[in-house]
Every structure is written in structure tokens, then in C-alpha cells.
Ligand binder design. Structure first.
Ligand SMILES: Cc1c2[nH]c(c1CCC(=O)O)Cc1[nH]c(c(CCC(=O)O)c1C)Cc1[nH]c(c(CCC(=O)O)c1C)Cc1[nH]c(c(C)c1CCC(=O)O)C2
Length: 373
């Protein structure tokens, strides 16, 4: 398995066309709180939501009717339309590409489904050295439907940046070892100690497919990428450092420095839940921006990471059904806590819960934009 060196993005890529200087989101990701463009006018405070494209939107549920989750992701027209829905409705400052962390598995030929209300389920779990050795190779040509969906999306988005993503090796491998979602991820954590060689081979395979997935999205026109290590919070520091961090760094190496020939590289974001105790380690994997879950105050995150690290987060999704004044006070507190960091992009501290009233999300965006830079 080889990691490919970073290359330049195509000349007609949104970043090559000067999207950065127009985008409050990309400026915050780069740690510059005000525009570096000639106008240098104050910008609105950027916000987007993890899982903004999905079940909280009636227009999403309607469009998805009769098509399975992964088939929807691989239908360029559908994936593009679903990506655009929350941008139109909420006026968020970025689109997140509608796809899933297990899409590279499906494209490599691994049998996987997303079971409604359950999550990713594999035909056969990957538990032995022979299972790992039998994993298929992923050919970059398989990303054709992803590339087409992204090209369609960026053509519609204009100046709104598109964020690509992938699952981090631990989170992806956790689904592969367990074969389905699990609470404590004992399978992959046990493999690290019982059979470290097999663990390393599996995590390296996962890093390769996730790295390629992120790279394909950036090459096709995404302006930033986020690595989701949703379940890294189940790991102690030593396990994270020894058995996981090198593989996350390998995934990032596929996209590190990837940018236009004459411009700054696409910003990279790293997010996990329950990662307060490993936040400093997370940062060393190669991202520019750290996504913080709802458990840690952003002032404390800045203390742990230093003021130079731009942050993303961390409105607690548990506040979304609360009375508006309660939610508003919480958001104002998050905005204030984020002000010590070099950059701050508002987001939730985890994904939008499916039962969320979409009108509340629109109101949250309006409030954040009204607060100003
Ligand atoms: C762990 C993980 C997965 N997928 C993802 C993660 C990391 C983020 C996180 O921690 O939430 C990432 C993901 N999945 C999806 C997106 C699309 C973009 C967006 O954030 O709006 C993104 C970024 C769509 C999706 N991925 C999924 C849905 C729901 C599918 C449906 O409509 O039924 C969506 C919109 C399915 C999915 N896929 C996965 C799970 C756990 C589930 C939920 C299962 C369920 O409760 O039904 C795996």
C-alpha cells in the first residue's frame, strides 16, 4: 500500500478560482478571522451542521423514498440534490457532501448496507489475518459517481464551499470488525492487543480507502475535507497514540497540501466524539482545524490546543428542542467561548438528530449570522 504524494488541484477548481478570499468559512478554517481580500470587510460568522443533509428535512425523506441509502449516495443527481437541500433551506455557509463513510467499502466491492435505524452492516465481519488479506483493492476509477455528483453540486453552489469527508481508519475499521454498529467497540480494541499485525493491516487498508475517498472529492471540486473519527472517544491515550494515530495521519497524507498551483491548500478538519482527553493527539494527525464535540467548552479546547488552532463546533444538539431563549443563550455562550481561537466555524457538537425541527436550524443560522464577525 503506497500513499501518493499531494498534487495540485485542477486549474478550474473552486479554490483556483479564488473561492478562498470570498469565503468566510475557508478564512476561519485558515485561522484568519477577517477577510484577506482587498475589500477586507467584516464577514458573517460561518456555520454549517454535521448531518444537515438528511432525515430532519421532509424534502430529503421525500426524495429518498424507495431508494436505499447507499444507492442514493451513488446516484449523482440524487446525491447532488440532497447536498444542496440544506443550503437552500438554511442559508448555511457550507454544503457537506451527501455520502457515507462506508461508500469506499461499497466501491471496493465489500458487501455493506446501511440498515435504517441501525447503521452500517457488513455481509461478513473482518476479524482474521485471512479476512484482511482477502479485502479487495479499491480502484480510483470507482469514484466516477462521486466525481460526477461533486461536479454537479459545485456548479450549483457558486460561492458556497463544498466540504468533502471520509471516515477515519479506527471508526471505519470498528464497523468492519464488529460487522455492525457497537457500543464499546471492543472488537477492534481487542484486535489491537490480541493480533496487532492484523489490526495494523486492516487500519492501513481503511486509511488507504478513506484517503482516496477524500482526495477524489477534493480533486472533483470540494474546497475542504473533514475526517470523522466518530468513535475515537472509546480509546485511551496510549492506544490512540500507538494503534490509531499513525493510520489517521496516513489518511490525511493523501490530501495534505493539496491545493491550487498558486494558492493555499484545502483546509482539513478532524472531528471525533468523546475526544476531549486525546484532543492534543488528534491535532498531530495532520488537520488544520479541530472539530470539538459538545462535551468540552471551546475555551478549554483552545487551552489544550493553543490559540493558533482554528476550531469547529460545538452547539450541543440536546439544546435544539429547548425553548428559544435557552437555545439562544447556549449559542451565544459557544460563540463567546470560540472567540479565543484563531478561527471558529459554528457547528453542532455531533450530527443533527433526525427529529429536529428544521425551522429551529434555520433560526440558529439567522442568529449566528446576526451576531456578526
Ligand atoms: C459514523 C458515521 C456514519 N456515517 C457518517 C459517520 C460519521 C459522522 C457521525 O459520527 O455521525 C458520516 C455521514 N453520513 C452521512 C453524511 C452526509 C452529510 C451530512 O452530514 O449531512 C455524513 C458526513 C449521511 C447519512 N448516513 C446515514 C444517514 C441516515 C440514512 C437514512 O436516511 O435513513 C444519513 C443521512 C446512515 C448512517 N451511516 C452511519 C451511521 C451511524 C448511520 C445512521 C444509522 C441510522 O440511525 O439510521 C455511519
Amino acid at each position: 500500500m503506497t500513499t501518493s504524494p499531494a498534487t495540485h488541484l485542477p486549474p478550474d477548481h473552486p479554490l483556483s478560482r479564488g473561492l478562498t478570499s470570498e469565503s468566510a468559512l475557508l478564512n476561519q478554517y485558515r485561522g484568519s478571522r477577517t477577510s484577506t481580500g482587498a475589500a477586507a470587510k467584516p464577514e458573517r460568522r460561518p456555520v454549517w451542521f454535521m448531518r444537515q443533509a438528511g432525515r430532519s428535512l421532509p424534502e430529503y425523506r421525500k426524495l429518498r423514498e424507495g431508494t436505499s441509502m447507499l444507492d442514493s449516495c451513488l446516484n449523482p443527481e440524487l446525491a447532488s440534490e440532497i447536498t444542496l437541500q440544506p443550503v437552500r433551506r438554511h442559508d448555511v455557509d457550507a454544503a457537506i457532501f451527501f455520502s457515507d463513510i462506508v461508500i469506499p467499502l461499497r466501491l471496493a466491492g465489500v458487501g455493506v448496507e446501511i440498515k435504517p435505524g441501525v447503521g452500517p452492516v457488513l455481509d461478513a465481519p473482518v476479524r482474521t489475518a485471512a479476512d484482511v488479506a482477502a479485502l479487495p483493492e479499491l480502484d480510483d476509477a470507482a469514484f466516477a459517481p462521486i466525481t460526477e455528483a461533486i461536479e454537479r453540486t459545485t456548479a450549483e453552489l457558486g460561492r458556497v464551499p463544498l466540504i468533502g469527508f471520509a471516515g477515519a481508519p479506527f471508526t471505519l475499521a470498528a464497523y468492519m470488525v464488529e460487522g455492525r454498529p457497537s457500543r464499546d467497540h471492543l472488537g477492534p480494541r481487542a484486535m489491537m492487543h490480541a493480533d496487532p499485525q492484523t489490526w495494523n493491516a486492516l487500519a492501513a487498508w481503511a486509511a488507504d480507502v478513506s484517503g482516496r475517498f477524500m482526495r477524489a472529492q477534493l480533486m472533483a471540486g470540494a474546497s475542504a475535507a473533514q475526517l470523522f473519527d466518530s468513535w475515537a472517544g472509546s480509546l485511551g491515550r496510549a492506544d490512540y497514540q500507538q494503534h490509531v494515530l499513525p493510520h489517521s495521519a496516513a489518511a490525511f497524507s493523501y490530501v495534505s497540501g493539496l491545493g491550487p498551483a498558486d494558492g493555499a491548500p484545502a483546509p482539513l478538519v478532524h472531528f471525533g466524539t468523546g475526544t476531549s482527553e486525546i484532543l492534543d493527539l488528534l491535532k498531530t494527525a495532520g488537520a488544520d482545524v479541530i472539530g470539538v464535540d459538545y462535551r468540552l467548552d471551546l475555551t478549554e479546547a483552545t487551552r489544550r490546543l493553543g490559540p493558533q488552532t482554528p476550531l469547529q463546533g460545538n452547539i450541543d444538539p440536546a439544546y435544539l428542542p429547548a425553548e428559544w431563549p435557552v437555545l439562544e443563550a447556549h449559542i451565544r455562550q459557544v460563540v463567546a467561548a470560540g472567540s479565543a481561537a484563531a478561527g471558529h466555524v459554528l457547528n453542532l457538537g455531533h450530527g443533527v438528530p433526525p427529529e429536529t425541527d428544521p425551522e429551529v436550524l434555520t433560526r440558529v443560522v439567522e442568529l449566528i449570522h446576526s451576531i456578526g464577525p
